[in-house]
Ligand binder design. Structure first.
Ligand code: NAD
Length: 243
């Protein structure tokens, strides 16, 4: 892979890199992206229609079956070279803020710290009624119930139409608003408000770099666009920084 001219110089002089990752980063770990065809049992469902509060209201047992399937799939997956390269990159720059739209925890399992989870985490449970704190719920039933209030438990992820956790949103806005390099990796740049972070960074003068094998609405706006899988491009980029 040939890296675009000037890219390594921009990274070497960066004081603060803000990284936004999407489900493409985990694709090489075997975790399907939303926009790719789902497999087996779930291929007849549109994931964008399962990941909504309305779908949970309508058929919570179905939604739990889907999330249990995703939990099992992710539990079997391992971080890939792209996840590990981001751990190395963080060690090479004065400051790196990692914001992820992924709910799979693979960045953390690779060793990344202070990961800002924009869309929650697949392995966390939440009460769908109140703010009860949930631990050790009985998962052997179709729809687990909250021990505190008896309400239905739901997966602790952000569904379409729901708000981003306030602390993650604040951290992301601050990082995009103050970084000198913004790296958008493996995201379709279609899901808001995450898709707006690159523009915040660009407006205050940061260089935007995209890594994605396919074109997105961000590709034409980026200073550098690398059309490659993140598990290939990221290790190469970090190795080049070390030379
Ligand atoms: P998306 O499904 O909309 O887009 C995925 C992007 O990744 C596409 O642009 C695709 O071209 C790119 N891609 C595919 N393989 C790649 C690779 N090997 N390297 C780099 N890029 C690759 O995903 P999104 O933009 O993250 O947004 C959709 C929502 O899906 C998010 O809210 C996220 O929470 C959720 N989601 C998360 C996971 C996960 O946690 N792993 C999986 C599926 C969906």
């Amino acid at each position: 892979m040939t890296l675009p001219d000037g890219l390594i110089d921009v990274l070497r002089s960066a004081r603060h890199i803000c990284v936004l990752t999407g489900s493409g980063v985990s694709a090489e770990s075997g975790v399907p992206t939303f926009r790719e065809a789902q497999t087996g049992l779930w291929e007849k469902f549109d994931p964008q229609q399962l990941a909504t509060p309305e779908a949970f209201q309508h058929d919570p047992a179905l939604i739990w079956r889907w999330y249990r399937w995703r939990r099992e799939l992710v539990a079997r997956a391992e971080p890939n070279p792209g996840h590990y390269a981001l751990v190395d990159l963080a060690a090479r720059v004065p400051q790196l803020t990692l914001i992820t739209q992924n709910v799979d925890g693979l960045h953390q399992r690779a060793g990344s710290r202070d990961v800002r989870e924009f869309h929650g985490n697949l392995f966390v449970d939440r009460c769908s009624v109140g703010d009860c704190v949930i631990t050790g719920a009985d998962m052997r039933v179709d729809v687990p119930l909250c021990r505190e209030c008896g309400g239905r438990l739901r997966p602790g992820v952000v569904w379409f139409g729901e708000s981003i956790p306030a602390d993650a949103l604040r951290a992301a806005d601050n990082a995009a608003g103050s970084c000198d390099v913004f790296l958008s990796i493996g995201t379709s740049s279609l899901v808001w408000p995450a898709a707006g972070l690159a523009e915040i960074a660009q407006r205050q003068g940061a260089s935007v770099i995209e890594i994605n094998p396919d074109a997105t609405p961000l590709t034409g706006q980026s200073r550098f666009a690398i059309s490659e899988k993140s598990g290939v491009a990221l290790p190469e980029l970090v190795d080049s920084l070390a030379l």
